[in-house]
Design a protein around this ligand. Structure first.
Ligand SMILES: C[S@@+](CC[C@H](N)C(=O)[O-])C[C@H]1O[C@@H](n2cnc3c(N)ncnc32)[C@H](O)[C@@H]1O
Length: 478
């Protein structure tokens, strides 16, 4: 009898749950759709009822109403609920040619175009288990070498916390890595067993993962700070309204000149005229076009082609100078080599020697200066650098000769006077040392501090330091 009673009670409770479920499953669905923006045609990878059941079990809840209330009250719980229905399909190197275009075309362009030295900030929006942001990071290290991390910051966001956790562990099965070639696999991954690989820590450490719905992205990155946004294979699941609003949010956090990259099937549906749709090496991408006033040529009246070229040359060399002043020597030299492949420009050779002398690559500096002198016998900067190399190698007579050559070409080069003064002191030639220090003070007083003939010459002292130094030396010598 009691067994029958129990069974009846059990069936009754099942009916109540069933009724509640059928009553509320549409509400749950609407809640997910509203929050995640899934389209009505969305292909749910799991039924909403199954998702409700799983969540109720996990939270040890006996009725869906309580679950619904909890979901409405706690965004984190709601994201946990939603992530049961997300589609995480992804793998490494999904579009190799696109990555190549980003690394070889977009990144250099962004660096050259930037008004000031900066990091390139890259965001993977809807990063799933991390294959996309890591593929971008691998493409950068392959293109720019070990030192490139200083140049990039990688961010990756997804609503799915489990996907994010997988991403931070960086362990992938062979399907995930099937598009990577063996060399990349061997260089950047450790094999864990026959079918699993772990991405090496140095690359894992580069990507900052965040759990967040894309609807909130603008609150997190409050200013336009992204240079490249990958937003691929995510919007296909959204309703038209959500598509437009997320696209707007992402556009808002894009720096002027920055790129937003979607998959080919998504791109044309997002041409809301908010960003310019342009073609790069066969790929259609969105770009946040700069205001015309910020353009390089905006303030030029009419610029002919050769003037344009020299302006661009000047701008990219300035960029290298900026990188070098931040002690990013390796990157500066890479950029410079690329520039020199396309331009036969003596200033670029001088700049290279200036950077190399800071790295104490004296024989290379000497070789470059000799090359410069073959093309331009009276190149002031090359004599100055040669004098420096001689001095560093303690060949003072040769150094004296080279600094004197500088002054034959440009008597106003205070740096040459200064180095000569030091050499005269070493030679105990008091009179010449005094004359040379006086020349330095005079030249700086008449505003020649920057007239030392070098594009890049990091001085560890200021103009007033050098004046003070010279005056002190004069007091000692006179
Ligand atoms: C198919 S994967 C795409 C992964 C990667 N972008 C790629 O192309 O390989 C879609 C990802 O978007 C995430 N997603 C869906 N809706 C989201 C939302 N509203 N906010 C953040 N991420 C979302 C899903 O969790 C899923 O991991």
């Amino acid at each position: 009898m009691s067994d029958r009673k129990n069974t009846k009670q059990y069936i009754r409770s099942l009916i109540i749950i069933y009724n509640n479920m059928t009553l509320s499953s549409n509400n749950f669905k609407a809640l997910v759709q509203q929050t995640a923006g899934f389209d009505t045609n969305y292909h749910w990878p799991m039924s909403i009822e199954k998702g409700i059941q799983a969540m109720m079990q996990q939270l040890k809840l006996s009725d869906p109403q309580t679950l619904y209330q909890k979901l409405v009250q706690s965004p984190d719980l709601l994201y946990d609920f939603i992530q049961q229905f997300t589609i995480n399909e992804t793998y490494f190197n999904r579009e190799p040619m696109l990555l190549e275009t980003v690394a070889s075309n977009l990144v250099p362009e962004l660096l050259i175009e930037s008004q000031h030295e900066k990091h390139i900030n890259v965001l993977s929006a809807g990063c799933s288990t991390g294959e996309e942001p890591y593929s971008i990071a691998i493409a950068m290290i392959e293109r720019y070498g070990d030192g490139c991390w200083k140049m990039f910051d990688f961010y990756a966001i997804d609503i799915d916390i489990e996907a994010i956790m997988t991403a931070t562990q960086g362990i992938y099965n062979s399907r995930s890595v099937h598009m990577l070639d063996q060399r990349i696999l061997q260089t950047h991954f450790y094999p864990i067993n026959n079918s699993h690989y772990q991405l090496k820590k140095d690359i894992r450490n580069q990507v900052n993962f965040y759990r967040m719905p894309l609807q909130k992205v603008k609150h997190f990155f409050t200013v336009p700070q992204m240079d490249i946004i990958f937003y691929r294979n995510v919007s296909i699941y959204f309703d038209p309204q959500t598509r437009q609003s997320i696209f707007n949010h992402l556009s808002d956090i894009l720096r002027p000149g920055g790129y937003l990259i979607m998959s080919p099937t998504e791109t044309f549906a997002h041409d809301f005229k908010r960003l310019a749709l342009i073609e790069k090496q066969g790929f259609f991408v969105f770009q946040n076009k700069k205001q015309p006033t910020e353009s390089l040529f905006a303030h030029q009246p009419i610029v002919n082609e050769s003037q344009k070229k020299s302006l661009l040359q000047c701008k990219s060399l300035n960029h290298v100078v900026e990188l070098a002043s931040r002690k990013r020597y390796e990157f500066a030299l890479n950029q410079l080599d690329e520039y020199m492949n396309d331009n036969d420009d003596l200033q670029a050779h001088v700049l290279k020697a200036c950077i190399l002398i800071n790295q104490y690559q004296l024989s290379q500096v000497r070789a470059i200066c000799q090359e410069i002198h073959q093309k331009d016998r009276l190149n002031e900067a090359a004599f100055l650098l040669l004098g420096q190399v001689d001095r560093l190698e303690n060949q003072l007579k040769k150094a004296q000769f080279n600094f004197s050559q500088v002054l034959n070409i440009n008597p106003q080069n205070w740096l040459a006077h200064y180095f000569l003064a030091k050499i005269y002191e070493d030679f105990s030639d008091r009179h010449h040392a005094i004359d040379a220090y006086k020349a330095v003070i005079k030249l700086i007083n008449i505003g020649k501090f920057t007239a030392h003939g070098l594009l890049f010459f990091p001085l560890s002292f200021t103009m007033s330091d050098i004046m003070f130094l010279c005056q002190k030396r004069l007091e000692m010598l006179e």
